[in-house]
Design a protein around this ligand. Structure first.
Ligand code: TXA
Ligand code: MG
Length: 319
């Protein structure tokens, strides 16, 4: 029997019993549990096989709720929250000491966001606690953007996926920390850096070498298909290099008519980065099912959401 359901009251009941429910958001599906339940949070780490040093994002119903989670909100954090919540930015702020250490992996900061999905906002409003929710995939695998992706991963392990349709943004939230009250990007994501800069001015991106202590999850190989995957600027050359093998292509806009290609997916015929982002993970899920020798992914233009998509593709190709 399918674990996918649209029944919000059933999700409320399960979460109140300290069970996990996969929830829809505008970015990706999350594997959610009560932040104050040790049982639920332990179960999130175990179900995902996620290392305990990698902290979780807390999902709250509204900006007003933020003061129950954090001790201090820098001015620019307020501006960003006002501009983008509900929506795909996550703020890393000084935590209140009521937030359990297991959520933050012992850090004195907590990652928090208001997701922009009507079903999950309704759910959060019916609960008396916020939800911790990492992306609902096993550690290091492709994030889920459809209920069925989660069901494929976890049907033996969880009781319910709350169905909210396909995720509109399709890649994870942009994570922003603060150093001396100035924002700094920990993870590129669904909110383009240019949009953030329109609100608060120039923002630095945390250097890859320095990120580990601040955002421990960010160094890992991530978002990865099982099939060997490469990212290239030169499709013709890559196709030639793998001649004779079963090739799958992940293209931005171009439909190549090449006979040696066994399977191809075009992310956006109209060269629309938003469309490409929303289709990215589903495309990787599909390609991974085709029993290919190699997935060749075309690098996207390096601005706006293209930057975030390239970041995910480059992580998917690290072995
Ligand atoms: O769009 C999203 O953000 C999705 C949906 C479900 O909300 N969630 C998500 O969670 O992507 P997850 O767990 O897959 O990624 C959370 C990232 C991790 O890389 C983690 O290291 C970082 O957030 N993080 C969490 N708490 C942190 C903290 N206190 N300081 C720095 N980084 C933190
Ligand atoms: Mg994740």
């Amino acid at each position: 029997m399918s674990i996918i359901s649209k029944d919000i009251s059933k999700a409320v009941a399960l979460l109140n019993q300290e069970e996990l429910v996969a929830i829809p958001t505008e970015t990706v599906y999350g594997l959610a549990g009560n932040i104050y339940s040790k049982k639920a949070i332990t179960s999130i780490f175990e179900t995902k096989q996620r290392p305990r040093f990698n902290p979780l994002i807390v999902h709250i119903p509204s900006l007003d709720y933020l003061e129950k989670i954090v001790d201090y909100i820098p001015e620019k954090a307020k501006l960003l929250a006002n501009a983008f919540w509900p929506g795909p930015i996550t703020l890393v702020l000084k935590k209140k000491n009521t937030i359990p250490d297991i959520i933050t992996a012992g850090k004195d900061t907590v990652a928090v966001r208001v997701p922009n999905h009507p079903t999950t906002l309704e759910l959060l409003n019916q609960l008396s606690f916020p939800l911790a929710a990492p992306s609902a995939n096993p550690f290091n695998r492709i994030s889920p953007t459809k209920a069925v992706h989660v069901e494929d991963y976890f049907k033996e392990k969880i009781k319910m996926v709350l169905d909210g349709g396909p995720c509109k943004s399709g890649i994870e939230s942009t994570i922003i920390g603060f150093e001396n009250d100035e924002p700094i990007i920990y993870r590129l994501g669904s909110t383009p850096i240019e949009d953030l800069e329109n609100i608060v001015g120039k923002i630095a991106i945390k250097n890859k070498k320095d990120i580990a202590p601040d955002a421990p999850g960010m160094l890992e190989r991530h978002y990865a298909p099982k099939t060997k995957t490469i990212l290239t600027d030169n499709l013709q050359k890559a196709i030639k290099d793998y001649k004779g093998r079963r090739i799958g292509l992940l293209l931005y806009d171009d439909l190549l008519n090449d006979e040696i290609i066994d399977f191809k997916i075009v992310l956006s015929k109209e060269k629309n980065l938003q469309e490409a982002a929303s289709k990215l993970y589903d495309a990787l899920h599909q390609l991974d099912k085709e029993d290919l020798d190699i997935i060749i992914a075309e690098r996207l233009p390096d601005f706006g959401l293209g930057k975030s998509i390239n970041d995910r593709l480059s992580r998917a190709t690290k072995n």
